[in-house]
Write a protein that binds this ligand. Sequence first.
Ligand SMILES: Cc1cc2nc3c(=O)[nH]c(=O)nc-3n(C[C@H](O)[C@H](O)[C@H](O)COP(=O)(O)OP(=O)(O)OC[C@H]3O[C@@H](n4cnc5c(N)ncnc54)[C@H](O)[C@@H]3O)c2cc1C
Length: 384
Amino acid sequence: MREILVLGGGVGGTLVANLVGRKLKAEIAAGRARVRVVDETGDHVYQPGFMYIAMGGEPASSLVRPERSLLDARIELVVGRIERIDPAAKVVRLADGQELAWDELVVATGARILPEAIPHFATEAHHFYSAEGAARLRQALDAFTGGRIVVGIAGMPYKCPPAPLEVTFLIEAELRERGLRDGTEIHYCSPIGRAFTIESVSEMATPILAEKGVELHTFFNVEAIDPERKVVQSLEGEELPYDLLILVPPHKGARVVIESGLAPAAGWLPTDPQTLNVRGRDDIWAIGDATDLPLSKAGSTAHFEAPVVAERIAARVLGREPAAKEGVYTGKVMCFFEIGDGKGTLLRFDYDHPPQPPKPNRVWHLGKIVFNKTYWHTVPRGRI
Ligand SMILES: Cc1cc2nc3c(=O)[nH]c(=O)nc-3n(C[C@H](O)[C@H](O)[C@H](O)COP(=O)(O)OP(=O)(O)OC[C@H]3O[C@@H](n4cnc5c(N)ncnc54)[C@H](O)[C@@H]3O)c2cc1C
């Protein structure tokens, strides 16, 4: 019996398990292989929807479904918190004492947000990186009647790099509609020397920021908040006063991968960019937000990584070489990008081809809305 263990039932873990299950259908049916997903909550959360709790009236309940409902019948689900991954013994230990052995291991434990790493974040700042945070931001926006809004980033890398720009554009459009734009200054703080990490996207976004009257501050890495003076301070020594402060919280990888010695303190697993193996281990893969790859931490990244890992696992179990094309990750990512006023664009790229975002239009905005609605029937089940 070959044991395939997938840690994490997010988009990456769910999809890879379903794909491996299909490739090894005959082996599973004959009792020669087993695929198990381990997840702490047993619930699958569609995180891109958090932005729409803050900006579109999305109820948090529509963003959660039982993980079991997304997994093919041939995949087993174990609900429990993973406390230790022992790479020498090839065993995973859960908080309830269970020990699960593996022959092939996929680590898809995602990223954690750490707002508490910035003193006064909880009382002074807002975010949309959890359902609760997004609902609180919605309340703050409802109560907002004008003043200075500052949007910033309190640590790199973070999930969905375009998200803070998207929220800035959506808030700007909302305030115009509510007749509050003239009485509001909007400031966008980028941690690097331009509006966005990828140059071509920055070239697209910078004139839009200017057109919308949003002031861009570059090299502004959020370091501290002074609640008395209501200013946010950067590592670079700049200060910006705010009435409403929206910050992307610091992120780290899962605690268990750090404590198990698989990743350094930041928690990102050292990952081969083509095979997605954790470096030095041909029986362990990392996928999705858990990796240290220099790519967007996005569901889309996990979506395009999963078939590569599934192919490589199937090849090992079946004793063949991985297919030349399917078994190599090319860095493919594809994300919709909201611009506001019912418009959007598309970021499609890979390791060798930077994105060339099309001129914002209604089609890409609608594309994002349709994708959000159809997600439950498509990506995690391996249907697109
Ligand atoms: C506001 C926001 C907007 C976004 N917008 C987009 C977008 O437009 N497009 C896009 O592609 N991506 C977007 N993303 C990013 C996307 O949601 C993530 O990149 C994606 O969910 C990563 O998938 P994953 O499988 O790696 O991790 P996750 O989906 O986070 O899943 C990790 C799983 O591991 C489990 N886990 C972790 N530790 C343990 C443990 N110790 N024991 C047991 N289980 C554990 C968790 O319970 C969780 O189920 C957005 C994210 C946010 C927050």
